[in-house]
Write a protein that binds this ligand. Sequence first.
Ligand code: ATP
Ligand code: MG
Length: 356
Amino acid sequence: MSQTFSIAVIGGDGIGPEVIAEARRALNAALAHEDTTLQYTDYELGTSHWLKTGETLHEETLESLRAHDAILFGAVGADPQDKRIPSGVIERDLLLKLRFELDHYINLRPTRTYPGVPTPLAAAEDFDFVVVREGTEGPYVGNGGTLRRGSEHEIATEVSVNTAHGVRRVVADAFRRAASRRGRLTLVHKHNVLTHAGNLWRRAVEEHAAQYPQVSWDYMHVDAATIHMVADPQRFDVIVTDNLFGDILTDLAGAVSGGIGQAPSASINGEGTAPSMFEPVHGSAPDIAGQGIADPTAAVLCAGLMLDHLGLDQAAARIERAVHTQLSQWAEQDTGQGLSTTERGEAYVSRIKALT
Ligand code: ATP
Ligand code: MG
């Protein structure tokens, strides 16, 4: 049965469009012999668009994005040297707005090593875990304020909002993922100090644990989790945590695995009421933009996550497999350095083709 998916593509700024071009080539190769078509619509958004038009995300653009099955996103962000762009505008009015409006309550960051590919960790053992970070609540909702601004007695508050609905739905997703992986879930929080929110998270996990007897779970304070992520990351399978802890832990996760050029992420609307978005963890990297040397690996892995999300799991597996084999080969033969963005992209495409 032939099927068509409509994909919104936001290349964005800096290396965004460069790496997304390779992701698209990988997608086309992975689907070459399947009766599935991806129809792409390009959207110009980000800093360069803002400089041209003064617009971050128009309501009409948002509505039009909603109509797609998924969004493939490169990176947006200003060159810090560029004084024309006020700090935080793009992050707040574009990225956060998309996440909240499209209800991306699951922020997924798979983290793994590839045999032979070096990591900054001393222990050479391979690991493979996924962080499920809550995406729409916590201290990121903008609930707070400033009293007596500028005075010696200024008070600033930033309230972390945790709702039963919000916590339960992300915990449910994490249990589902754990059940389909190695059956281990770790709740990361700080409930000895953040007792109110911590208690809600803990109860949510306990409630769901009853429905998943095949999943064993444990609890870890966030400070301890940072130690374990460096000392023995093999112990993790699925980590579930709130928006702020997840933000920090996932950067650490990216750093202890293959590095920023290889870390994909997915912002998922688990109920399917709006399209999910697939984007590399890295930013627009203005320092190397336009030179054709950005590593497209994270973007290509994002393409795989997107296919998986659309239910095209065989095509998704081809991408994952191709990246895996190619990275290991580059590492073994020590031939991975100095390759251009397109040379890397082409290597992945030939691997994918060999698998189809
Ligand atoms: P943002 O605010 O947009 O997240 P950032 O300041 O966090 O940006 P990145 O844009 O992710 O940073 O870049 C951080 C560093 O990593 C830079 O030196 C950049 O060149 C490098 N880098 C990021 N992505 C890649 C990539 N795909 N390939 C190679 N180097 C990269
Ligand atoms: Mg960044």
